[in-house]
Design a binder for this molecule. Structure first.
Ligand code: ADP
Ligand code: MG
Length: 343
């Protein structure tokens, strides 16, 4: 919530001309505030478009949820755990298909089949987990079962798994899939210029009034903005953060991004930001780059066809591709160590 409040301010708009109509509306969904800015249509049309997208968001919230009962994904997870197959709706299918593709591209570092491990850490809850740490041997044993999207067979809408340890948790890229769908719907409804911003993760369409959209990149260290960047219509910015959802024991923080190879929480990297035309890919890649860390992130970015990427490690060192560095404007008030790599 706190993050959402701070980050709604990160879109700075160019001054609008007198004929420009700009409509803004904020909705609450996926536990965060989502801000819509729509230009170039009358208010009635903009309002109806936001309402239509919000109806989709509410359905995603229910049917894509990894642990709240009553949605399609929870039912699917229960079925696969029993070794059975299930028919899923067209609403859930894209998550499975894209999840499979992105896991393969990331060399397994982005893995939305590790829901059982995420749950064992206590992250399948609205509140941050407290109390005694989970048994690490149990967590390692869950990871050793190697649940993977590669175990999942999709035939039409029929889904089965050869590995009963597979539990879907699409938290690593659901926002990207959701905002991609939102942008498609807005375009289908005749909107040519818009931005949909879910707490700093955002998709753009068109422009900000004959100028590019200027947006802020989240700073993991102080909840503010570390840099700004101009986006062309259709470019989307995603930051995955390993700093706001964590559990703490004996002064050690165990954050919610997990290395699928070990089941252990990633501690070397606090955030990764990616710009790409495919929001779902950007979101998945940002998660994968956090797992990859300072040594391997540039290779993983290349494997995932990501040109614009930036990473902040736990010492606060910033790593970025040359292409990303050429575009971002860092906050001058902040002292930053910046390392150019990859590209
Ligand atoms: P943010 O919360 O900033 O959007 P992410 O996009 O990385 O961060 O999403 C983190 C969520 O992704 C976790 O809460 C968990 O549900 C899921 N997750 C954790 N580790 C992985 C992983 N290695 N691959 C895919 N999903 C993951
Ligand atoms: Mg992500």
């Amino acid at each position: 919530m706190r993050r959402a409040l701070v980050l709604l301010g990160v879109v700075w708009l160019a001054a609008c001309g007198p004929a420009e109509v700009e409509y803004k509306e904020t909705r609450y969904v996926f536990g965060t505030l989502v801000e819509f800015i729509i230009r170039g249509v009358d208010e009635g049309k903009a309002k109806r478009a936001v309402a239509a997208v919000d109806r989709d968001f509410q359905r995603m919230h229910k049917d894509w949820h990894a642990w709240k009962p009553g949605g399609e994904l929870v039912a699917l997870n229960e079925t696969l755990a029993k070794g059975e197959s299930r028919t899923v709706s067209d609403f859930v299918l894209p998550l499975l298909e894209q999840g499979q593709a992105f896991e393969a591209k990331s060399g397994g570092l982005f893995n939305p089949a590790i829901g059982a491990v995420v749950n064992a850490w206590g992250f399948h809850a609205d509140e941050l987990p407290k109390g005694a740490l989970p048994d690490f041997d149990e967590i390692r044993a869950l990871a050793a079962k190697q649940p993977s999207m590669a175990d999942v067979k999709i035939e039409g809408n029929r889904v089965s798994s050869t590995n009963t340890a597979v539990r879907f948790d699409f938290g690593g890229f659901a926002k990207g899939v959701a905002l991609d769908m939102a942008a498609s719907k807005l375009k289908a409804l005749g909107i040519e210029h818009a931005i949909v911003n879910a707490g700093g993760d955002l998709n753009t369409i068109g422009d900000a009034g004959k100028r590019l959209w200027t947006v802020g990149i989240r700073d993991p260290r102080d909840w503010g903005v570390i840099a700004s960047v101009e986006l062309m219509g259709g470019e989307n910015l995603y930051t995955s953060g390993n700093y706001e959802r964590f559990r703490e024991a004996d002064g050690i923080r165990y954050a919610h991004i997990i290395d699928p190879r070990t089941g252990m929480a990633v501690d070397h990297t606090v955030s990764a930001s990616v710009i790409h035309e495919n929001g779902a890919l950007a979101d998945a890649a940002a998660t994968a780059l956090i797992v990859a860390g300072p040594d391997d992130w540039a290779d993983v970015a290349r494997a995932m066809d990501i040109t614009y990427a930036m990473l902040v490690d736990k010492q606060g060192t910033v790593y970025a591709t040359p292409e990303m560095l050429a575009r971002v404007k860092f906050e001058t008030s902040k002292e930053l160590t910046i390392v150019e790599s990859g590209g």
